[in-house]
Design a protein. Structure first.
Length: 389
C-alpha cells in the first residue's frame, strides 16, 4: 500500500479534543466581529480582517461556526450561523458575485450544513438556488462546468480541479428536489475532469482547457502552481478529496484506483514533517512557503475514502491522515489568541512565480479554507460525522 509513515505518531484522542476545544474558544472569541461580517480569505500578519459576503471563500467561515456548534453546542454559534445563512440567501437572490463555479464552496458548508443540522429552510432554499446558478456554467460541448470568466470565452473555456468539491452541491440538490438534471451534470463534469486533469504520473493539472468548437481536450496549465508541469499542492489535495467524493456519489470503481494513485503521489512528495510546500516540486531545504491547508484537505479526503474501503486499507489511510493531522496540530495550529484570530498558520493562498499567472497574497498566513478543513479533519477523527459536502 505504499507510503505509511509508520515512524510517526498519530494524533491522540485527548489532542483532538483539545484542538476542537480551542477552535470553539477561538471562534466564540471573535464571533462579535464576525457575525454580520465574514473573515477574509487570508489573514494579514496573522489576523483576519472583517469583510462583506462577496468572495468565493466566505462559506468556509460559516462552516467553521457550524463545526464549532456541532462540537460544543453553544447556542451563540447557531444564532450567528443563521444570521450568515440569511446573508447567503440574499446573496444568491441578488446574484452578488456568483458568476463562477464556487457555489459549492460557498453554499455547502454554510447553507446545506444549516439545513442538515437544524432543518433551516432558508439554508435549503439558498442551496437549491446556488445549484441552479452552478449549472448555468455547464457546457454540453465538452461536458464540463466552466470555472471562471465570461461563458464561451476561448481564454476561459476550461475547468479546474477545485470544482470536484463544488459538484457535491448538485448531488444534494437532486436528492432534495427529485430533479436528476443536477446529478447528470455533476457526473458528466466529474468524468470529464478526472479524464483530463490527472497526468500519467498521477500528478494533477490545476486547470484544463477544451476546444471551444468541438469540446475536445486541448491542454493543461497552471494558474496557482509553480509552473505548468509541476504539481500545485492544493490542487493535488483537491484531487485526493475530490476522488473520494467522486466515488461516493457515482460508485465508479475506477475512481478508487485513481484515488490510490493520486494520493500516493501527494504522500511521496511530502517533506519530513508531512505538511507540504505550496508546490510539490519543493521539499526540505527549499526556501519556499508551506501550504498547511493542503495537508488538512488531503487528510479529509483520506478519511472520507476510508468509508468505502476494506478494513485493512481503510486503517492504512486513517493512520496516515492521523499522522498528518498530528503534525498540523503540533507545528502549525494556533494555540494562543494573541498570535492570531485564525486556527492554522503557514498556509499559502496565491504565490507568484516566474512561470505562473497568479498574484501574490495570503502567503505564509492563515487561510480560511485551511482553518475549515483542519476543523473538519478533527471532527472526522472524533467520530461519525454527517458531511456537509
Amino acid at each position: 500500500m505504499g507510503v505509511t509513515f509508520e515512524g510517526y505518531s498519530e494524533i491522540g484522542k485527548e489532542e483532538i479534543e483539545e484542538a476542537l476545544n480551542f477552535c470553539c474558544e477561538q471562534i466564540l472569541h471573535v464571533l462579535p466581529e464576525f457575525t454580520e461580517k465574514f473573515q477574509n480569505a487570508y489573514s494579514e500578519n496573522g489576523f483576519y480582517p472583517p469583510v462583506e459576503n462577496r468572495d468565493w471563500t466566505c462559506g468556509f467561515w460559516t462552516g467553521e461556526i457550524w463545526l464549532a456548534y456541532e462540537h460544543c453546542r453553544d447556542e451563540r454559534l447557531k444564532a450567528a450561523a443563521e444570521v450568515q445563512v440569511h446573508d447567503f440567501l440574499e446573496r444568491i437572490e441578488k446574484k452578488i458575485e456568483v458568476d463562477h463555479h464556487d457555489m459549492g464552496f460557498l453554499y455547502s458548508p454554510s447553507c446545506v450544513a444549516a439545513y442538515k443540522l437544524t432543518g433551516n429552510r432558508e439554508g435549503r432554499e439558498a442551496g437549491i438556488r446556488a445549484a441552479d446558478q452552478l449549472i448555468t456554467r455547464y457546457h454540453s460541448v465538452g461536458e464540463f462546468i466552466q470555472a471562471w470568466g465570461p461563458m464561451n470565452a476561448p481564454e476561459n473555456y476550461r475547468l479546474i480541479i477545485d470544482c470536484l468539491l463544488n459538484v457535491p452541491l448538485l448531488f444534494w440538490a437532486s436528492k432534495e428536489t427529485g430533479d436528476e438534471k443536477y446529478r447528470e451534470i455533476a457526473e458528466k463534469h466529474i468524468h470529464t475532469a478526472v479524464a483530463n486533469v490527472i497526468r500519467e504520473d498521477y500528478s494533477t493539472w490545476h486547470t484544463f482547457f477544451f476546444d471551444l468548437e468541438t469540446g475536445a481536450p486541448d491542454h493543461g496549465a497552471t494558474c496557482q502552481g509553480y509552473r505548468d508541469g509541476s504539481a500545485w499542492a492544493r490542487g493535488q489535495a483537491w484531487g485526493v478529496y475530490g476522488l473520494a467524493l467522486a466515488y461516493k456519489y457515482t460508485g465508479r470503481k475506477e475512481y478508487i484506483e485513481l484515488f490510490r494513485r493520486v494520493t500516493e503521489y501527494f504522500l511521496t512528495h511530502l517533506p519530513q514533517d508531512l505538511v507540504p510546500y505550496w508546490d510539490l516540486e519543493f521539499t526540505d531545504g527549499d526556501d519556499q512557503p508551506r501550504d498547511s491547508s493542503s495537508a488538512s484537505i488531503a487528510a479529509c479526503g483520506m478519511l472520507e475514502m476510508c468509508k468505502y474501503l476494506e478494513p485493512k486499507e481503510a486503517a492504512h489511510y486513517r493512520g496516515i491522515a492521523s499522522r498528518i493531522l498530528k503534525s498540523v496540530y503540533d507545528n502549525y495550529a494556533v494555540k494562543d489568541f494573541e498570535i492570531s484570530n485564525g486556527l492554522v498558520l503557514h498556509s499559502t493562498y496565491s504565490n507568484h512565480s516566474p512561470y505562473n499567472t497568479c498574484n501574490h497574497y495570503g502567503v505564509d498566513e492563515c487561510n480560511i479554507w485551511g482553518d475549515y478543513f483542519y476543523m473538519e479533519a478533527l471532527t472526522r477523527m472524533n467520530g461519525d460525522w454527517e458531511m456537509y459536502w
